[in-house]
Design a protein around this ligand. Structure first.
Ligand code: SAH
Length: 395
């Protein structure tokens, strides 16, 4: 007999969960005194109001998403064995997809581990625990990772904004093993230095892997402007593919410094230069100088951090598309992306169209894409497909 607490849904509120959605909202459960008193992150049983069992979930009485399902069956604990099985499945998929160990290993709900992000950098694993539920099971998860990978180090990059809403502290620590200094990865055949402790997010944006390859395929002999370049993933892979010259632009000096180190690792340093500062100003300056590029890449940070930012963000994407399009040489290419959860694909495409029209440019869409397949999307959480990207040729 399991001793897990039972959370009962309100009458007629179980259909979405039964259909396959992984969440129950706080206004869908009987939030009685016992439920309210449960510590954030408690493992619970879920039942419909008619007594039908719905599975096992991680519960937080204080958040809008009150329960995140971990199994449609009755399980008794989220122990190392259970977590190891989930990790094995996630690993098997990545080993099918990739021949080198550099990827997002776990992408939260889509990999059956709510609130959990794990990026694999060879023998270094970087973990983000974004909900109280998985944070409660941190030790079991670290043990499971240790058992499966025997990694050199496991870093907890628990400095995400999501932790605040879950009532969790922010921290960055080397939880297992030891790590001093940056590490190196290989992506699409190019080498990159990555700072998993001090870099942005977990240190590298694996989500753009396929889009970087798509841009690199066009790059031979062209000049490339890589705006919001971070570690130089787009620009350096273009340089390796034979670009005539690459300008890496970012407001972060440490990001540009590291990108230049990576350029050197690939012997393309002589073809790569940097422009530090605000990307919109860089665009203004290059335009006033009459510069044109064979390829312009614009992959900015999320302009809409929340729903209320959406109108201003759409305006910013339109402006970025306009300014970037102006710098594309005739028959050149524009790659533009949005990683804002709150911006929908059609709204983003519309903003890009608006920018093109203001720049008096037209052309053809070659690719509309999203994140690479190590960032799978839960079929019932289509909104978790946060990355929208378009590759166009402009007349
Ligand atoms: N294109 C990158 C990821 C971009 S992340 C890749 O392929 O990995 C967003 C980047 O934009 C960060 O490096 C951040 O430093 C930079 N950034 C944020 N605001 C900026 C601004 N106003 N001007 C230029 N860069 C900016």
């Amino acid at each position: 007999m399991s001793s897990l607490p039972m959370i009962t849904l309100l009458p007629d509120r179980h259909a979405r969960l039964r259909a396959g959605h992984p969440w129950v909202y706080s206004n869908e459960v009987q939030m009685d005194a016992a439920a309210k008193a449960l510590p954030a992150g408690t493992l619970v049983r879920l039942s419909a109001s008619n007594g039908q069992r719905l599975g096992t979930a991680l519960f937080n009485p204080h958040t809008l998403v009150a329960a995140r399902i971990v199994s449609r069956d009755d399980i008794d604990s989220l122990d190392t064995d259970f977590l190891t099985a989930r990790l094995r499945r996630a690993l098997a998929l990545r080993e099918t997809l990739f021949d080198a160990p550099y990827y997002r290993l776990v992408h939260a709900e889509a990999d059956g581990l709510p609130g959990t992000v794990i990026d694999r950098y060879g023998d270094v694993l970087v973990v983000q625990l974004n909900t109280a539920g998985i944070a409660q099971h941190q030790d079991a998860l670290l043990n499971a990772l240790d058992g499966l990978f025997a990694p050199r180090a496991i870093v907890l990059r628990n400095d995400t904004p999501a932790r605040g809403t879950e009532g969790l502290e922010e921290e960055v620590i080397v939880a297992r093993g030891a790590l001093a200094g940056p590490i190196e990865i290989i992506e699409n055949g190019s080498r990159f230095q990555v700072d998993v402790l001090g870099g942005q997010k977990t240190g590298w944006f694996f989500d753009q892997r396929d889009n970087r390859a798509a841009v690199a395929r066009l790059a031979r002999g062209k000049t490339v402007l890589d705006l919001f370049c971070y570690g130089g993933g787009f620009g350096i892979q273009a340089a390796v593919a034979g670009a005539a010259g690459v300008v890496l632009a970012d407001s972060s000096k440490p990001a540009l410094d590291r990108a230049m180190i990576s350029a050197g690792l690939n012997d393309v340093g002589a073809n790569v230069s940097t422009a530090a500062g605000d990307a919109f100003r860089t665009l203004d300056r290059l335009e006033s100088l009459g510069e044109r590029f064979g390829i312009v890449v614009a992959d900015p940070p999320a302009f809409a951090k929340s729903r209320k930012d959406v109108p201003a963000a759409l305006q910013a994407y339109r402006k970025l598309a306009r300014q970037a399009a102006k710098l594309v040489a005739p028959d050149g290419f524009l790659f533009i992306a949005s990683c804002s959860h709150n911006i929908e694909t059609e709204a983003f495409a519309d903003a890009v169209r608006g920018g093109l029209s203001r720049a008096e440019r037209n052309g053809r869409i070659l690719l509309s894409s999203g994140a690479a397949s190590d960032h799978p999307v839960h079929p019932f959480l289509p909104e978790s497909a946060y990355l929208k990207a378009m590759l166009l040729q402009l007349d």
